[in-house]
Design a protein around this ligand. Structure first.
Ligand code: FUL
Length: 447
């Protein structure tokens, strides 16, 4: 009997092992981690720049500002979180500390924090308020912790690296689950005129030890990369792959164009996050109220970021009251409406879809009118497609090329002149390995 039980288990184990081998064989090149895969699904979330600059009208505070300038009169983080949620954003990343060094929480490692201000009699903590609001609204939260610090007296010395790590520890262990840690590339001088040599290896290891699932953003990742511009635009050709060896964050980073496209044969999976502000500046300035981007402009940014296989990080800075201004909120709601209307009706819903090798054939019984197709690769198996073309016609002999583009990745939204046809064909012209495609959908997006 024992022998049979043993045989049964070894057979099961063998089956599982061979199954695993098969799955492993299907992967091609670098692939995303579980956390990166989940990140790709988020598509869009908000950035919030808030701090003394909001009150001094600066973009880069000097670090010598009186902490009392920070005085939001009607702060309501629930308003931020509920607007984010209503806009369809999956979370909020806040400047817990910008280059001026001012901490939005009462850090024990700084004398330039909310504690030193008269706001809430020095008892306030924006990070705590926001983390509770995000939890309540069911959205995620991330933190921007500027390595550059224009206030800290130890900046420019080896001791500052330890202080930065302690600062991260406070945030990453004191406020629940944080999904993203944002490292800006700027590295200027501190109050004593010295520049810091950052120990990013230790920063990374420490951050990961505090929150093993956190994803770190910087020019070169390790998990999410900057996209080489602050306009919210990802290149039409976008590889989620990047070579980082020999490069540094900031001035030693790869060329902006490389960050914008990724590396064709890059060794690491590092997806692109497109950051952009809804207004001219990153911080709120009343005189920039007229620069708030319209819902339509935001939708265009979505097409050029999420529609090019990356994520959109949209900055919506709270004003001096500590609220999202009505103009910004209205634009966010328009953006949501436009997005929902655009993707409400998949006109390929009733199509017969056939996959033959490198072609996807989509045929309907009655013609449909579309101007956009959405393609996806199952990126857990790696990114493969190099180039594809789209054809349309009522029968095989009539098929005409209507569009073509490069790379697909997590999502590609390709637009073309309005076309009415019964059949569409996506031809994969060049690919690194046999394509493993996800869903295909056809839309008519009104302008
Ligand atoms: C830049 C910073 O210097 C800006 O102030 C802003 O925070 C932006 C998102 O990143 O590099």
């Amino acid at each position: 009997m024992k022998k049979y039980i043993y045989l049964f288990f070894t057979t099961v184990l063998f089956f599982l092992a061979s199954n695993n081998i098969l799955v492993a064989q299907e992967k091609f090149g670098p692939t995303p981690t579980k956390q990166q895969l989940a990140w790709h699904e988020k598509e869009f979330y908000l950035f919030m720049h808030f701090g003394p600059n909001t009150f001094t009208n600066l973009e880069w505070g000097k670090g010598s500002e009186d902490p009392n300038v920070f005085n939001p009169t009607a702060i309501d983080c629930n308003q931020w979180a509920s607007i984010a949620k209503a806009a369809g954003a999956k979370g909020i990343i806040i400047t817990a500390k910008h280059h001026d060094g001012f901490s939005l929480w009462p850090s024990k490692f700084s004398k330039h924090t909310v504690r030193e201000s008269k706001w809430m009699n020095g008892k306030g903590d924006v990070i705590k308020m926001l983390s509770e609001a995000c939890k309540k609204a069911g959205i995620e939260m991330g933190v921007y912790i500027s390595p550059w610090d224009r206030n800290h007296p130890e900046y420019g010395t080896a001791a500052y690296n330890d202080i930065y790590i302690q600062t991260m520890k406070e945030l990453l262990t004191g406020y629940g689950n944080l999904t993203e840690l944002w490292w800006d590339g700027a590295n200027g001088e501190g109050p004593n005129g010295k520049k810091q040599v950052y120990d990013f290896t230790r920063f990374k290891d420490s951050a990961m030890s505090y929150q093993p699932n956190i994803l770190i953003f910087s020019d070169i990742g390790p998990h999410i990369r900057w996209v080489g511009n602050e306009n919210g635009l990802i290149n039409e050709t976008n590889w989620n792959l990047l070579d980082t060896a020999g490069f540094k964050r900031g001035e030693g980073a790869p060329a902006n164009d490389t960050l914008n496209r990724g590396n064709f044969n890059g060794k690491n999976w590092i997806g692109a996050e497109a950051d952009v502000s809804i207004r001219k500046g990153w911080f709120y300035h009343e005189e920039e109220d007229s620069t708030v981007k319209s819902g339509k402009t935001l939708f265009n940014l979505y097409l050029n970021s999420v529609g090019h296989g990356g994520n959109l990080l949209l900055n919506v800075p709270p004003n001096r009251k500590g609220l999202i201004a009505p103009q910004d909120s209205a634009a966010l709601m328009d953006f949501r409406k436009i997005r929902e209307a655009a993707f409400k009706t998949n006109l390929f819903k009733n199509a017969v879809i056939k996959n033959n090798k490198n072609e996807i054939e989509i045929c309907l019984t009655t013609p449909v009118t579309i101007n956009s197709i959405q393609l996806q690769e199952q990126i857990k198996f790696g990114q493969r497609v190099i180039r594809f073309e789209i054809y349309a016609g009522d029968k095989e002999a009539d098929m005409k090329k209507i569009a073509g583009s490069t790379t697909i990745g997590r999502k590609k939204i390709i637009q073309f002149p309005t076309t009415t046809a019964k059949c569409f064909k996506v031809k994969i012209i060049e690919t690194k390995a046999s394509p493993i495609m996800g869903a295909v959908a056809g839309y008519f997006i009104k302008n």
